[in-house]
Design a binder for this molecule. Structure first.
Ligand code: NAD
Length: 353
């Protein structure tokens, strides 16, 4: 075997464990900060207010307007609010949308970030930031946006609805699966990918049986951290490109889109990257495409793009957009093959390979 790779670990400090979010004040102080602006979506505003109240004098206030795909106008407003309130750091409490807002603020102002993730999206450990302006989503990679501290407290994920836990978990599995065949893959990322998928494969069925199963919640969050770290380390390919196209151009829900597309994109690439995808086959117990499809349906994930209200004409456009610019993918792609793949995902057909 010939080994050749480069490896760059993340600078973020990871704090993992039940009850760890109670010590957030200490982490703010360890950063040398004194006044944190707590960020959240409107949906989690009351949790953000409660966190700010617990912080007492360490809280500058709450900004609860984070939104999916990080709209630039929201970021601009948040930067102004942070300056007006004299905040010297942000605490992002929530999923990828809230984390995205904190990262976008850091890109502009270098403000230190502490993230407390409450979904399995993984954005908190990546240097990636997607932003939208005028209906266009652009994505960048910049070490400036990597949060300083990530506090994974499984207790805070107990309230994540089961359906979202499933789709968010599949979103995480997608990072790991694509990381396995990344052009710039490395042995550490591949180990983390296999371990992350295994953790989520075990945890999601247990969460469905009992959303309050804290051991399962802990395992899922552990898996999410691993899978997110893979996303942050190596380049993603066809799967993420297609999900980005569908989300950016047709406003389909982020985690659900990943959940629906995963068996089809990984199955498509398995035709040429079967060896690299062996951990997927081992964890899910069969050829990657069908095995991922069977797992997704067993945990009640959505399976059809059609359910978003997309038309077959939309699929033509999506295939055209997703093949406009070249990017690395183990299997060569063209408009025809991607259009067929999208049709399969639209119909919700079980992939054959
Ligand atoms: P989200 O952050 O949009 O959350 C969806 C909804 O669930 C929100 O209303 C949120 O407040 C709510 N929610 C979150 N956690 C909850 C909990 N524990 N209990 C109850 N409600 C909860 O969803 P997401 O899938 O985590 O993130 C999607 C966004 O993140 C997209 O914009 C995507 O592009 C981005 N993302 C970025 C990266 C990256 O590396 N840059 C990685 C993954 C996702």
């Amino acid at each position: 075997m010939t080994l050749s790779f480069t490896y760059q670990g993340s600078a973020a400090r990871i704090v993992f464990g039940r009850g760890t979010s109670a010590r957030i004040g200490e982490w703010i102080e360890k950063l040398g900060c004194r006044s944190a602006l707590v960020l959240s979506t409107p949906h989690q505003a009351s949790d953000a207010e409660a966190l700010a109240a617990r912080l007492g004098s360490l809280s500058a206030g709450v900004f609860a307007k984070a939104a999916m795909h990080t709209p630039v106008a929201v970021t601009d407003e948040a930067v102004q609010v942070a300056a007006k309130l004299g905040a010297d750091c942000v605490v992002s409490l929530g999923g990828g949308s809230t984390t995205g807002l904190g990262k976008a603020m850091a890109l502009r102002t270098d403000i230190p970030q502490i993230v407390i993730p409450t979904t399995y999206a993984g954005s908190e450990v990546t240097p990636i930031l997607g932003q939208t302006e005028g209906g266009q989503k652009t994505t960048l990679r910049d070490p400036k946006v990597v949060p300083e501290i990530v506090i994974y407290d499984p207790d805070l994920t107990l309230g994540l609805p089961v359906a979202m836990s499933v789709t968010s978990g599949l979103n995480a599995i997608a990072h790991a699966a694509e990381g396995l065949y990344a052009e710039d893959r490395n042995p550490i990322a591949s180990l983390m990918a296999a371990e992350g998928m295994r953790a989520l494969k075990d945890a999601l069925p247990a969460i469905i049986r009992d959303a309050q199963d804290i051991a399962a919640r802990e395992k899922a969050l552990y898996g999410a951290w691993l899978c997110g770290t893979v996303l942050g380390q190596v380049a993603m390919s066809l799967h993420h490109k297609l999900c980005h196209t569908l989300g950016g151009s047709f406003d389909t829900s982020h985690a659900e889109t990943h959940a629906i597309m995963l068996p089809h994109t990984i199955g498509f690439n398995a035709a040429v990257a079967g060896d690299l995808l062996r951990p997927v086959a081992e964890v899910f117990g069969g050829p990657p495409g069908p095995a991922l499809y069977d797992f997704a349906t067993s945990v009640g994930a959505p399976t059809r793009l059609k359910a978003f209200g997309l038309t077959e004409t939309d699929l033509d456009r999506a295939a055209e957009i997703a093949t406009r610019n070249p990017y690395s993918n183990p299997r060569p792609i063209d408009r025809g093959s991607i259009r067929r793949l999208l049709q399969q995902a639209w119909d919700g057909t079980r992939p054959r390979a």
